[in-house]
Design a binder for this molecule. Structure first.
Ligand SMILES: NC(=O)c1ccc[n+]([C@@H]2O[C@H](COP(=O)([O-])OP(=O)(O)OC[C@H]3O[C@@H](n4cnc5c(N)ncnc54)[C@H](OP(=O)(O)O)[C@@H]3O)[C@@H](O)[C@H]2O)c1
Length: 311
C-alpha cells in the first residue's frame, strides 16, 4: 500500500512511518524539522499554506493518509489559539474533504484529552467535554473529519516513545530528569493509558488492514497514574525513583487545565482487530529494549536541519 504520514517528524509520525515502511511504500511530510532517512520518502511542507495538502496528495498518490500533524503541546495551544485552530481543527477538515474526493482513506489522530477526566473508562459513545484550547480544537477537528468523510478513522490516542528531539514524550522527560539527578513532579491523580508509539503504529496499521471506519479509542489495555508510570520507568532504567515527587496536579501551577482521569475504554478496538492491546509493562519493556539496541540514537540522527525560529 502507498501510505502518506503527515507529521512524520513528530513523536507518533516518525515511529509510525518507520514501522509502516517495513511493509508499505511510505511518504512522510515534515514542517520545521527536516529529516533524512532511506526508509521512506520525505517531503517538507507547511500544511497551513493554502493548497499544500492537495499538492502533497498529487505528488504521493497515497491509498491511505495518516494525519499525525498537529499542535500537540497544551501550553503552545493556550499561547496561540489561532494556530491551534488552524492545525487541529481546520487542517483535518480540509484533509478529509480532499482525501474523500480523491478516493483515498484517512486516519486522523486525536486525543484522550477531549474528555473532562471526571470519570474515566470513557467509551466512544461518551460525550466529550474539552477543558483546554488543545482539547477543544482537537474535538472540533475529529468532528469535522467524521462529518466530511464518514469512511475516515478517528483514533483517540495516548502514547510514549522515542522522539527526534529526545524530549517530546513523557517517558523521555522522566528519563532526562532522572539521568541528570534532578527532582521532578509525578502526578498521583492524573490517570492515562499510554501505548508505546511503535505498538500504536502496529495497531493503526492493523486497523487499515481490516478497513475499520469511525471513532476508536486506541490506547493501552492498562491504565495508571503519571507518578506510577515515572517510578516504573525509573526502576527499569535503574535510576533513583525517589527523585520523582508524588504531586497533585492542582498543586503544580500549570497554565493549561489538565483533565485528571483520562482512562479510555478500548473494547471496540479489541473486537475490531481481534487481539489484545499491549499493556504498560509490555510497552515499557519494549521501550527499554529499543533503548538497549540504540533506537533513540538511530531516530535522533535522522534530523538534518531545523527551519523554525526556536525550540
Ligand atoms: N504526544 C502525546 O502524548 C499525545 C497524546 C495524545 C494524543 N496525541 C496526538 O497524537 C498526534 C501526534 O502527536 P505527537 O506527540 O506525535 O506530536 P508532535 O511530536 O508535536 O509532532 C507534531 C507534528 O506535526 C507537524 N506539524 C506542526 N505544524 C505543522 C505545519 N504547519 N505543517 C505541517 N506539519 C506540521 C510537526 O512537524 P515539524 O516538527 O517538522 O514542524 C510534527 O511532525 C496529535 O494528533 C496529538 O494530538 C499525542
Amino acid at each position: 500500500m502507498r501510505i502518506l504520514v503527515t507529521g512524520a517528524s513528530g513523536l507518533l509520525g516518525l515511529n509510525l512511518a518507520l514501522e509502516a515502511s517495513q511493509e508499505h511504500e511510505v511518504f512522510g511530510s515534515v514542517n520545521e524539522h527536516v529529516i533524512q532517512t532511506t526508509k521512506f520518502t520525505v517531503f517538507q511542507s507547511d500544511l497551513t499554506r493554502p493548497g499544500a495538502f492537495k499538492e502533497l496528495m498529487v505528488r504521493c498518490r497515497p491509498e491511505w493518509v495518516i494525519n499525525c500533524a498537529a499542535l500537540a503541546n497544551l501550553d503552545a495551544c493556550e499561547a496561540n489559539p489561532a494556530l491551534a485552530r488552524k492545525l487541529n481543527s481546520e487542517l483535518p477538515e480540509k484533509m478529509a474533504k480532499v482525501v474523500a474526493k480523491g478516493g483515498a482513506r484517512l486516519v486522523h489522530i486525536s486525543t484522550d484529552a477531549v474528555f473532562d477526566g471526571k470519570r474515566g473508562d470513557y467509551t466512544e459513545k461518551d460525550p466529550p467535554n474539552p477543558q483546554s484550547v488543545y482539547a477543544e480544537t482537537k474535538l472540533i477537528g475529529e468532528q469535522a473529519v467524521l462529518s466530511s468523510d464518514p469512511q475516515a478513522i478517528v483514533a483517540r490516542v495516548n502514547l510514549f516513545g522515542w522522539s527526534l528531539s529526545g524530549k517530546r514524550s513523557l517517558a523521555e522527560w522522566f528519563l532526562n530528569n532522572l539521568s541528570s539527578g534532578k527532582t521532578m513532579m509525578g502526578f498521583t491523580d492524573v490517570f492515562f493509558c499510554p501505548l508505546l508509539a511503535t505498538d500504536l503504529a502496529r495497531v493503526l496499521l492493523e486497523m487499515l488492514a481490516v478497513e475499520a471506519r469511525g471513532l476508536f479509542h486506541v490506547v493501552s489495555s492498562e491504565c495508571t497514574s503519571k507518578y506510577d508510570f515515572g517510578t516504573r520507568l525509573a526502576k527499569l532504567f535503574n535510576y533513583d525513583q525517589t527523585l520523582i515527587e508524588p504531586t497533585l496536579v492542582s498543586n503544580a501551577g500549570l497554565s493549561a487545565v489538565r483533565s485528571t482521569n483520562l482512562t479510555l475504554n478500548s473494547e471496540k478496538l479489541t473486537s475490531t482487530i481481534s487481539r489484545v492491546i499491549p499493556d504498560i509493562s509490555d510497552g515499557l519493556e519494549q521501550f527499554y529494549a529499543q533503548y538497549q539496541r540504540g533506537y533513540p540514537h538511530y531516530i535522533r540522527q535522522m534530523k538534518t536541519s531545523y527551519l523554525g525560529s526556536g525550540e
